[in-house]
Design a protein around this ligand. Sequence first.
Ligand code: URA
Length: 190
Amino acid sequence: MTDWITLQNDCMNCRKCALHETRHNVVFGVGNVHSPVLLIGEGPGEQEDLKGEPFVGPAGKLLDDMLELIDLDRTKVYIANIVKCRPPRNRDPQNQEQDACRPWLDAQIQLIQPKIIICLGRIAAMGLIKPDFKITREHGTWFDIDGRRYMAIYHPSALLRDPSKRPETFVDLREIRGEIRRICPEVYHG
Ligand code: URA
């Protein structure tokens, strides 16, 4: 298996789909590569593309607030995306783009070996949990896949658009905190 630095360097030079033609930066991920908790979003937006870092725009500010609510921050988790390059005009990443990018994420998962994977929004949940995932019905539910626990919560951008979803997300976040305390308490005590 390749090491993290090699993987990151290879990913930075990726030209496996057309998104490389319009990107400013590959957004590989950020955070603690030794964390048992991995958060996965959809794909970089404008500010992420310019900075080369996930969740640095308005949704990122809310994500930081959500993490803080459960005593986490970017040093305690790792954050990546389904696609590493910005889809033009922030459209959903197409299936062929997700498929082309998937080996990078799979390799990140193999190297990090997370116990808990949190999908931020529908696109990540459909890619990682099941293709027919229904975020309104199934957010907050744990799914056990290949020895890891997966949960999807609403994407921070969805919470910015529709604040009425925030109370449900608060419940989901508390559930996540409880599960981290149960199966990987070192995240809080490390
Ligand atoms: N939305 C995402 O899904 N990922 C980012 O990195 C930023 C916004």
